[in-house]
Every structure is written in structure tokens, then in C-alpha cells.
Design a protein. Structure first.
Lengths: 393, 299
């Protein structure tokens, strides 16, 4: 038996390039359909899990898919907004408590999510370091953000300008990192959480500046008319909120008219959820309420259809590859006719010759199968993360 | 094989038990935090056995000037309800992260009755519109009618939070409103005796008291525990010149030297404390003492 393996091994060594290509092709044919199915299923499970945990979302009228993706995954460009008083409207129904979300801004590509302390409790997010946001200008980082930006408690994260050409736009806000979350393996890992009022400061709806009544600001005052002071544009506006200047931060206008991207209503029970949906669908045309699970399921239907097309294509390619592999083996056997004749002349029996050929073919198939299994396991373990990284970068 | 199945069942049971225990651990004693002593008193009268009622402001510190530190903010975040005075009383509110639905603004329903502060500085800079950082007078409870509205707001919030105790809360609310009504009548009776007198207030915290009891006066900026400067004395002398029967109402007992000089100027004094800060007496007892002092000084 050893002499058979020896001869097979020598054959493989001699034709290693041809066999490596064959192994590679067969491995791909086995791995690809399984990998695609695995990644799509995992993605679908993750998407549905997030949607199941956030059954209802309220937002401005428009695309339900955009609202669902924005409120669940913070992935949307300049989202349509509601006014903050919608939060009170939700509470006033008595059917649900309400969590605001404002995810218009980002910090180095990571969404800044303005919300209130209930959000972290709602998502059951745990702290790896530090504490929740307590003050204006403080931030809590998702696990991935902290790792990628190499930030820890006490460091700073700076909001990114929406448009680099908008030189008269709002200043970036430097925010103190007060907490790092444990990995949640969800979009929360990618987010920077701040109080919603901090988001409004980033937008310029609130700001802090020198006290214009103070003598040190005399150079910035254009005129004093009774109790009205007109200052020029050189008034120092703070781009960082510190214990020293926090008292100077103020908001203009009525809070209730300030923007929020979405509201997560936390219904008291299923009946309350149904009543809330009824209330919004019947009485409120200026806002939309959606069942995020349904929206995501519709999206997944499309994804699954695409997956099926890909699956059919890959199966066809796989069959073609198998036929080609079979052809390669048959041609190989024909080419090795002289080799078989030599083996017979030196005393090898017929079955030994067939066994030798079979050993070589089965070695190729076995190696391909082993590689495919390893790749499938790797895909199941790291596929989603790698795919997310590829999409994000 | 049977052992494996039994082991799996035990493991699943253990996991389920742990989950249940975590959920149970979340349910703890409710806490209500009030931002000043009158609100603390009202809430205690209404909900003493429903929740732990807390006033975070230490004794001797004016709650209007108090700002919570980070630990106190985190405690406010954990509270079931935070009873606010409204009217811009808690200036720190815009700078902290709290859940809106837990904040009970006790003057929200009477916002049209709030008194805007005079001489607010407005300003404009850059492309932004003119705006001001001013606000409203905030010692609202010194108008006992407004105090009753505040009690109504607290009772409503408590009944919504603990609907099973709504009847008890309403019964207690009625009792408390009666007490406040009696207090209001007593103030009116005492203040009627001051008609025609020239009244000064040591600090501009009596706007609602002045309006409710029709006792207008001039507000100084004198601190009871500080000796007024000669400039302040000079201004007072100028203002009381040619006036008789002058009464100066203090937030708290002034220094003895201040009192002696006021006596020499023939200015009568009385302490009517808003009792915004924690003291040895309840807020209600402080109000009764106010009425006694008014009675003793001016009847």
C-alpha cells in the first residue's frame, strides 16, 4: 500500500501546478454557494434581530426603507427630520415612551447619534470603561469606534464638517470621551453617542460664547442700545464644552421645534403598539410610523431573490467546473496510458493500477473538500465582519 | 446519550433562571428627585410611601444656584421622576443629559402666569438673530395659587406613573391644597395690614408674592449674611428719603450690625423666607413661621 502512496505522491509533486489549479477550482465550487448562503443568512438574521428589537419607528414622511435603515443602522445621508415635540405627542398618547434619535452628523466617518439616557438601557449596552453621558459635550463610543480611532476615556472625538467647502458653516465640536461600550456586534459598535442637545450644538442651534456684558468682550461689541448689545462676528464661540464655559452654552428658540431624525416608541405592550400604530395612521399625516420588521423583511426578500440568482449562477459554473475537472481527469488518464503500461510491465496488477489512479484523484478531491470546510468555517466565523469592513471601507 | 440530554436541560434551565434574576434585579425602589424644598415638601405629602423622595441640594445651598455634579446627574438619570420648578429655575437643565419624559415641569400649565424678568440683555452676533439669555422670575411658590397649580402637576404625574395609587394621591392632593389655601388666606390677611407702607425686598425673589398679595416694592440685592457696602447703604438712604413707615422684607435673618443700622434709619424689618433650601423645619412650618413673624411685626 505504501508503494501506491509513494507513486501517487511522486505524481502529485511532478504535476503540482496542474493539480493546484484543479484543487483551487474544486474548492471554490464547493465553498462559494455555501459561503453565500451562510453570509446572506447571517446578515438576514442580524438585520431581523435588530428590527425585532426595535418593532416600531416614527419618522418624517418619505421612504420607509430609508427611515428603517437610518434609525436601526444609522446609515443615511441628511435624513428628513421631525420636530422634538413629536416626542411629547408620542408620550401623550399614553401608549409608549419615546426615545429620540438624531443621526445627521458624523465623527471621522462614524455616525454621531444624539439621544437620551434611555437608548443605552433600551439596547442593553454595557460599558467596558467609563460612564454614561452626563453633560453637554460628552460622548460615549461604540467598541469599534474606540478601537479604530484608538481612543479611550479622557480623549476627544471631533465632529466632522458636513461640507468641507462650507467655510462659514458650524465649527466642529470637540467632545470629551467619557465612556467606551463593550462590543454589542451591532451598528451601535460603530456609533458615537451624545446627548441630543450636543447634536443641536453641532448643528449650531445652541452655542456658547463670551459674555458680551463682560469688559473683556468690549472689542467685539459694535453698539449698545439700551439692553440690546450688537456684537461683531469676532465674538469667540467655543468649539469645546468645558466645565469653565458650559454655563455660557445656550439654545435659541423653542426646543420643541428642534430636529430629530427618528423616534423609537417603546410600547407598553402589544395592544398599546397596535393602538399607537392606529393613532398615527389615522390622525397624523405629517409623520409616518412603521413596523421595522416588515420593512427589513421586504428588503431581505429582495436580498434572498438576488441570492437565489447568484446561487443558480454559481451552481451552473460549478457544474461546468465539475465537467471540466472530469475531462481533466479523463485526459490525464489517457495521457498516462504509457505510465499504466510500464506499471503493468514491472508487475503491478490491474487493480493496483486503478487504485493508484483513484488515489491520485481522491487526493485532489479530499484536499479540495478539506479546504472548503475550513473556508466555510472561516466564513461563518468572520464572513460578516469582513464583508462589513469591505462595505464600510 | 440520556446524560447529555439531562445536562442540556440543566444548562438551559440555569440560563433561563439567570435571565429571570437579571430582570427582577432591575425592579427596585422608585426614586423621585425634587429640585427645591417646596417641591420636595409637596411630593413628600403626596407620595411618601410610593417612592424614596430626595432633595439632592445640600442644606444651606440655594437650590436656584445649585448645579449637580456628574454623580448627581447620573442619579437624576436613574430617578423615576424629576420634579422641576420650571420658569428657568434649574439653569443647569440645558447642560445635562436627562430623559425628557421623566422631567415634570410643575409650572408648564401656568406658563402664561410667569413673570418675565426686567432688563434682560439681548444681543446679536454674526448672522444670527437677536436673542437674550434672560428668563422668568422663578420663586413661583411664593404665590400660593401658583403653588397649588404646582401641586396639581405633581399629583397628575404621580397618578400617571402609579395609576394603581391614583385615588390615594388625589385624596392627599385635596388635603394639601386645603392647607395651601389656608396658608394663602393667612398671607392675605397679614399683608392687608401692610397696605400703604413703603416696602423694600432684600432680594428680587418676591415677584410672585408681590403680585399675589398686591404688595409692590423695591428689590435690593442685599445678602442677609453679608454686610452691605456703603454704596448700597447710600442707595437705600436715597430711596427712603422723604418716605415713612418703611418695611424691609428679608429672605433670612440679616447680620446684627445691619439690623442696628436699619433700626437707626427707622426701617422696620421682617423675615419672610421662601424656604427654597432644606432646613430643620418643613417648608409648611417655615411658611407658618413667616405668617407669625408678619403678625408679630406689623399687626
Amino acid at each position: 500500500m505504501n508503494d501506491l502512496f509513494y507513486l501517487s505522491w511522486q505524481y502529485i509533486r511532478h504535476h503540482k501546478n496542474k493539480l493546484l489549479i484543479l484543487i483551487f477550482a474544486i474548492t471554490l465550487v464547493i465553498w462559494l454557494p455555501i459561503a453565500i448562503k451562510s453570509v446572506v443568512d447571517q446578515t438576514a438574521a442580524q438585520l431581523l434581530d435588530r428590527a425585532n428589537n426595535t418593532p416600531l419607528v416614527i419618522g418624517a414622511p418619505g421612504s420607509p426603507l430609508e427611515l428603517a435603515l437610518g434609525s436601526l443602522y444609522f446609515r443615511t445621508q441628511t435624513p428628513a427630520t421631525l420636530t422634538f415635540d413629536e416626542l411629547n405627542n408620542v408620550e401623550a398618547t399614553g401608549y409608549a415612551s419615546a426615545i429620540p434619535l438624531y443621526y445627521r452628523f458624523n465623527a471621522q466617518g462614524h455616525p454621531i447619534v444624539g439621544t437620551n439616557p434611555e437608548y443605552l438601557k433600551y439596547r442593553q449596552l454595557q460599558f467596558a470603561k467609563g460612564r454614561p453621558v452626563a453633560l453637554l459635550g460628552e460622548a460615549v463610543l461604540g467598541a469599534d469606534v474606540a478601537r479604530k480611532l484608538n481612543l479611550t476615556v479622557g480623549d476627544f472625538v471631533v465632529s466632522s464638517p458636513e461640507n468641507v467647502f462650507d467655510i462659514s458653516g458650524v465649527y466642529p465640536l470637540k467632545m470629551t470621551v467619557v465612556g467606551i461600550l463593550k462590543p454589542a456586534f451591532s451598528p451601535d459598535d460603530q456609533a458615537v453617542f451624545v446627548d441630543i442637545k450636543t447634536s443641536w450644538v453641532i448643528q449650531g442651534l445652541g452655542h456658547g460664547h463670551q459674555d458680551l456684558n463682560n469688559e473683556s468682550a468690549i472689542g467685539q461689541v459694535l453698539k449698545k442700545d439700551g439692553s440690546n448689545i450688537v456684537a461683531n462676528a469676532s465674538v469667540v464661540q467655543y468649539n469645546e464644552i468645558t466645565p469653565e464655559n458650559i454655563a455660557s452654552f445656550h439654545f435659541h428658540g423653542d426646543y420643541s421645534q428642534y430636529p430629530v431624525s427618528a423616534i423609537i416608541p417603546v410600547a407598553r405592550n402589544k395592544k398599546s403598539a397596535a393602538l399607537l400604530i392606529g393613532h398615527y395612521r389615522e390622525d397624523r399625516e405629517s409623520v409616518q410610523i412603521l413596523r421595522s420588521e416588515r420593512v427589513i423583511a421586504e428588503l431581505l426578500d429582495t436580498v434572498v431573490t438576488v441570492r437565489n440568482y447568484i446561487f443558480i449562477g454559481i451552481t451552473a459554473v460549478g457544474l461546468a467546473t465539475c465537467v471540466i475537472a472530469l475531462l481533466v481527469f479523463l485526459l490525464s488518464l489517457r495521457l498516462r496510458h504509457g505510465e499504466r503500461f510500464t506499471l503493468a510491465r514491472i508487475g503491478a496488477s490491474q487493480w493496483q493500477i486503478y487504485l493508484l489512479m483513484a488515489t491520485e484523484i481522491s487526493s485532489v478531491l479530499l484536499v479540495s473538500a478539506c479546504l472548503s470546510i475550513l473556508l466555510v468555517l472561516a466564513t461563518q466565523r468572520f464572513g460578516i465582519q469582513v464583508l462589513q469592513q469591505l462595505i464600510l471601507t | 446519550m440520556n446524560y447529555v440530554i439531562v445536562l442540556l436541560i440543566v444548562l438551559i434551565s440555569a440560563c433561563s433562571k439567570e435571565e429571570t434574576e437579571n430582570q427582577t434585579a432591575v425592579v427596585g425602589a422608585a426614586e423621585i428627585i425634587a429640585v427645591n424644598y417646596p417641591l420636595y415638601y409637596f411630593t413628600t405629602e403626596l407620595a411618601v410611601d410610593l417612592a424614596t423622595i430626595t432633595l439632592l441640594v445640600p442644606g444651606g445651598v440655594d437650590p436656584a444656584e445649585w448645579t449637580p455634579n456628574v454623580d448627581e446627574i447620573l442619579r437624576l438619570q436613574q430617578a423615576d421622576l424629576v420634579i422641576l420648578n420650571g420658569a428657568g429655575y434649574s439653569r443647569w437643565l440645558n447642560h445635562v443629559s436627562l430623559t425628557e419624559s421623566k422631567l415634570i415641569d410643575t409650572t408648564a400649565t401656568v406658563s402664561s402666569e410667569l413673570i418675565p424678568l426686567d432688563q434682560q440683555t439681548t444681543h446679536s452676533h454674526g448672522p444670527q438673530a437677536v436673542h437674550s439669555h434672560g428668563g422668568y422670575a422663578s420663586t413661583t411658590w411664593m404665590d400660593l395659587a401658583l403653588a397649588q397649580s404646582q401641586v396639581q402637576s405633581i399629583a397628575r404625574a404621580l397618578a400617571e406613573t402609579w395609576p394603581g395609587h391614583a385615588d390615594v394621591i388625589n385624596q392627599r392632593k385635596t388635603l394639601l391644597l386645603n392647607k395651601l389655601n389656608e396658608l394663602d388666606k393667612s398671607y392675605k390677611r397679614q399683608v392687608e395690614q401692610l397696605t400703604g407702607r413703603t416696602v423694600f425686598y432684600s432680594h428680587p425673589v418676591y415677584q410672585y408674592f408681590e403680585r399675589r398679595y398686591q404688595l409692590p416694592g423695591f428689590s435690593l440685592h442685599w445678602e442677609p449674611d453679608e454686610q452691605p457696602s456703603e454704596k448700597q447703604w447710600g442707595e437705600l438712604e436715597r430711596q427712603v428719603a422723604n418716605k415713612s413707615d418703611v418695611l424691609l422684607i428679608w429672605e433670612d435673618s440679616p447680620l446684627e450690625t445691619t439690623l442696628q443700622r436699619l433700626n437707626r434709619m427707622k426701617i422696620q424689618t421682617v423675615v419672610i423666607t421662601p424656604a427654597a433650601a432644606k432646613s430643620g423645619n418643613t417648608w409648611y412650618e417655615e411658611q407658618l413661621r413667616n405668617i407669625d413673624k408678619l403678625n408679630a411685626c406689623c399687626s
